[in-house]
Design a protein around this ligand. Structure first.
Ligand code: SF4
Length: 134
């Protein structure tokens, strides 16, 4: 699966959950997306939930901004398929067969509640608008 199909599919899943939370305040919606809650209530949101795993080893992991507004991707790029828009000090590059991908496994930027509150919008795609040209 390329980045774009994952992105579009994830956007639909995210919207479906947000739509059912219309009665909640913004803060309550953010709370709902805490890993401890959403991994139980919306098991299909992320493949890791079924295994009881987190993508990042952090205590207060929030899934609202998975993937990350700073992630940049281009499936048609010949070499650099993805990179970090803010060049996070915790990001890294993964190179395989001449193709380079951004490795976010050690970066926690989008998973902190404070960051989510600062960038909050119920429309996930609006927050992710810079992730790709399209
Ligand atoms: S390295 Fe961090 S800030 Fe950069 S795209 Fe990845 S998760 Fe986002």
């Amino acid at each position: 699966m390329g980045y774009l199909s994952w992105f579009e599919n994830h956007a639909k899943k995210h919207q479906k959950i947000v739509d059912k939370l219309q009665h909640l305040s913004d803060d309550e919606v953010i709370e709902y997306f805490k890993w401890e809650n959403i991994s139980q209530t919306d098991v299909d949101f992320c493949p890791l939930f079924k295994e009881g795993k987190k993508c990042h080893d952090m205590e207060e992991l929030n899934c609202y901004l998975c993937a990350c507004p700073n992630f940049r991707f281009d499936d048609s790029a010949p070499k650099y398929k993805s990179y970090c828009g803010i060049d996070s000090k915790d990001g890294a590059k993964l190179e395989h067969n001449g193709i380079v991908h951004q490795d976010c496994s050690l970066c926690q930027v989008p998973h902190h509640k404070s960051y989510i509150k600062k960038n909050f919008n119920r429309d996930w795609k609006k927050i992710m608008k810079d992730c790709y040209d399209g």
